[in-house]
Design a protein around this ligand. Structure first.
Ligand SMILES: [Zn+2]
Length: 395
């Protein structure tokens, strides 16, 4: 007889995986206490997950000395036997489709706190070109069988139908079925995750105190995603967090989205280099030159003005979303912590919460791989069916 897990069973399974990720390592009793579940319930789920290879056993010396029968001891969960997410076996192929580069890494479910990409190839500007790059990358990745391929994708992405609706900096992806392209190289289910959502989920995985925040990435573009009450902010339209396309009055630069004067035409990597070149007269400066210049000269008027516009847009987003914490990742972080602190001061001027409370702007590393794996757990390892009448997202 096939036993179909109940919805509650699936929710418990998913919750246990996420909680164990946060706890690092824990015994069955500790997990049961943390989740408010009975030990037999946790034991049953843990044994299923062990069998699947989602979690693994960590034996302390104490339990080894006892001379327990190995299999029994693991099954029952004797003292000294802890569990953690499997850190040995690559289960997911994580791909970051970036504007210039595409990065790959084979990741276990027990993911590292900091991104480490194994293979990097140029992105190219067509589906055919990208497929060739995928084949080149596949040769360099020794592991071949995956539970799923998880792709971080820029632009406006309908994750459920795996469609890129609009991509200001990578227009060719709008006409292509990325999942089908990837399936030509790897025989596994493919899931798309909007790139900023992946970063926000990855940040939340490792920063326990950050239950409510908006994460903003500055790189080839500028985008954000918010975590509200511990859950990814989603709405009916597949668009949110597009602060890079807020119009800045007086800015005449043309944006990849088709509009004139978007914020990201001032504060993306390319835009900052353009302004730096205009101000200093240097032809084609590189990123390191800009970093050194800002570190030597501080925040000059041209850069101060860009930070003012950036802070205004962020503060507006905070006022609308009702969020007091901003997490910055990417190129502005590379420019130095004093830039983030300056941005925080400027945000404080515009954020209404600052009139009577405190607002925070902190820098963080990118944890895109962790975010992709989070989505892999949610969609492929322990998917919870969502009833049509459900308005809320399940963890
Ligand atoms: Zn734009």
């Amino acid at each position: 007889m096939v036993v179909i897990p109940t919805k509650m069973g699936l929710i418990n399974k998913q919750t246990l995986i996420y909680r164990l990720q946060r706890m690092g390592m824990a015994s069955r009793a500790e997990i049961a206490k943390e989740l408010g579940l009975s030990q037999p319930t946790v034991g049953k789920i843990a044994n299923q997950l062990l069998k699947q290879g989602v979690i693994e056993v960590v034996r302390t010396k104490k339990s080894k000395d006892k001379g327990d029968d190995e299999e029994d001891a693991i099954k029952i969960g004797r003292p000294g036997i802890s569990l953690r997410l499997n850190r040995k076996d690559p289960r997911f192929l994580c791909i970051q489709l970036g504007v210039d580069k595409t990065c790959f890494t084979a990741s276990p479910v027990g993911v590292d706190a900091v991104d480490h990409w194994q293979v990097k190839v140029p992105t190219t500007d067509s589906a055919e070109g990208w497929l060739k790059q995928l084949q080149i990358a596949a040769e360099q990745i020794p592991h071949k069988d995956f539970w799923g391929v998880l792709i971080s994708v820029p632009g406006i992405v309908e994750e459920e139908s795996r469609e890129v609706i609009f991509s200001p900096n990578l227009h060719w992806t709008e006409k292509v079925d990325l999942a089908e392209l990837v399936k030509k190289v790897w025989n596994a289910p493919v899931e798309l995750v909007q790139e900023n959502r992946a970063l926000a989920l990855g940040h939340q995985t490792f920063e326990l105190e950050h239950e409510d925040f908006t994460l903003i990435e500055f790189c080839e573009g500028v985008g954000s995603a918010a975590i509200v009450k511990g859950k990814l902010y989603r709405n009916s339209l597949p668009i949110s967090g597009e602060i890079g396309h807020a119009p800045i009055y007086g800015n005449t630069r043309k944006c990849g989205c088709g509009a004139i004067g978007c914020l990201e035409t001032l504060v993306s990597n390319k835009a900052l280099l353009l302004s730096f070149s205009e101000v200093t007269g240097k032809a084609n400066p590189c990123w390191e030159e800009l970093v050194n210049h800002i570190n030597e000269n501080g925040i000059e008027p041209w850069f101060d003005s860009i930070l003012n516009h950036t802070a205004d847009v962020i503060a507006t987003a905070m006022n609308v979303l009702g969020i007091r914490k901003v997490v910055v990742v990417g190129s502005l972080v590379e420019l130095g912590e004093f830039v983030i602190k300056t941005l925080e001061r400027k945000i404080t001027h515009g954020a209404m919460w600052a009139r009577f409370g405190t607002v925070e702007c902190v820098s963080a590393p990118r944890r895109r791989i962790a975010g992709l794996v989070y989505a892999g757990i949610e969609r492929l390892i322990a998917p919870v069916p969502v009833a049509k009448s459900d308005n809320t997202d399940l963890m």
